[in-house]
Design a protein around this ligand. Structure first.
Ligand SMILES: [Zn+2]
Length: 406
């Protein structure tokens, strides 16, 4: 049974105007609503209306794939664009300029934000709708697929409380999910949790969350400072990209609170380097840093049809790890269960950096990143690659996907 979705339009009066003009308008509204509804139903993240001389080609992104879902005839193109302009709070009298807008949809339990972008082309307006799902944060740390050692050590770190926790990885690596699972781990009803992130993807009841508005007068760094002044016990900062943001975040971590921050980095040691390159004083970093996580998301093998193979000596040598005797890796095959893809769901790889006295000393002394990395490995840091190979041995993922993700 499909839930009925309701649209909150920011410009009600424009919609009324459109209703009065009514050229096939009812069917267009139904058409657009159906396209949106189907896309949301399938967990799509983008809808594209691609104009050519005769029609709109409609394509929808689900996972990595852009699937064609249908076409809209030429005579309805303008009406479709108008419907989306109305929903997005844009100007329906203009079709020759780029426009963008946004609206919200409530679908069952889910709150969804849709960002609409229109671009004039020689065959009419090209339209992209980006879909952002806001759901209650329900994933706990023990459901993310961390290996038990990393999980226990990270939970121990969080239990100690105050300090800077960096959640790092490339875009699309599941960092927000880890951030919110961390907040769920430490959040209690008598604590104040606040977050600031350009996209608020998850909600936790009681947590106060903000995001920068497009034309706001203040910088992201100023917003971070302002958030810290409200003295939350737990602060989450979505994406540090420059010195000002890094400094405001680190200063917040000195005041006896847990500061979780998201950042782009290739691995945990690279995250340290990024912050130093941004201009953060190494001694401030060493004094505040409690943990760094780096992570990846990769395809999980279908448990029904995966096929094992013996790891060759050549692969062993190339990996540079000693694997157990008769070690098996697995590859994808495809069956009815997994729609013949060989994969089902996603798995995450994790690397956890915990600073030791020695590592902090090296950071303060501005030693080379390579030396810091070597020391971290010597102290037992499990690299992403090692975590990936362990998960390959467990039959969760393929070696190719692990190596591609690094
Ligand atoms: Zn299968």
């Amino acid at each position: 049974m499909v839930d009925k979705i309701t649209f909150e339009s920011p410009k009600k009066q424009v919609e009324d105007t459109l209703k009065r003009s009514a050229i096939d308008e009812k069917s267009v509204i139904q058409e657009v609503d159906k396209i949106l509804n189907d896309a949301l139903e399938n967990g799509a993240t983008e809808i594209h209306f691609e104009p050519d001389p005769e029609k709109y080609l409609i394509r929808v992104r689900i996972g990595n794939l852009l699937n064609e879902v249908g076409t809209v005839p030429e005579k309805l193109k303008g009406n479709i664009a108008n419907r989306l302009k109305v929903l997005g709070g844009m100007d329906i009298t203009k079709s020759k300029i780029p426009q963008s807008g946004y609206f919200k949809v409530t679908k069952g339990e889910k709150k969804v934000e849709l960002y609409v972008y229109l671009l004039p082309t020689i065959y009419g307006e090209s339209i992209t709708v980006k879909i952002s799902y806001k759901v209650s944060a329900t994933m706990h740390l023990n459901q993310l697929g961390m290996n038990p050692n990393i999980l226990n050590e990270y939970i121990r770190a969080l239990a100690k409380g105050a300090g800077l926790y960096l959640i790092t990885g490339p875009p699309g690596s599941g960092k927000r999910t880890t951030v919110y699972a961390s907040i769920l781990e430490v959040y209690k009803s008598n604590t104040l949790a606040m977050g600031f992130d350009p996209i608020v993807k998850y909600e936790i009841p009681g947590m106060i969350q903000g995001k920068p508005e497009e034309k706001s007068e203040f910088t992201f760094a100023e917003a971070i400072s302002s958030l810290m002044k409200q003295e939350p016990d737990i602060a989450y900062i979505g994406d540090i990209t420059n010195e000002g943001e890094a400094r405001a975040t680190i200063q917040g971590a000195f005041a006896k609170r847990i500061v979780l921050a998201r950042m782009t980095a290739n691995d945990t040691i690279n995250a340290i380097q990024n912050l130093v390159d941004m201009g953060v004083q190494p001694f401030l970093l060493a004094a505040s840093l409690t943990a760094i996580i780096n992570q990846r998301l990769i395809r999980k093998l279908c448990p029904v049809c995966k096929e094992g193979y013996k790891v060759s000596d050549a692969i062993q040598r190339e990996l540079g790890f000693k694997l157990p005797e008769n070690a098996m890796f697995y590859k994808a095959k495809g069956c009815q269960q997994c729609g013949n893809t060989g994969f089902s769901g996603v798995a995450a790889l994790f690397e956890l950096y915990r600073p030791s006295e020695e590592l902090n000393k090296m950071i303060v002394a501005k030693e080379s990143i390579q030396n810091i990395r070597n020391e971290a490995y010597k102290e037992g840091l499990v690299s992403l690659k090692k975590d990936g190979v362990a998960k390959t041995l467990m039959g969760l993922v393929t070696l190719e996907d692990v190596l591609n993700a690094l």
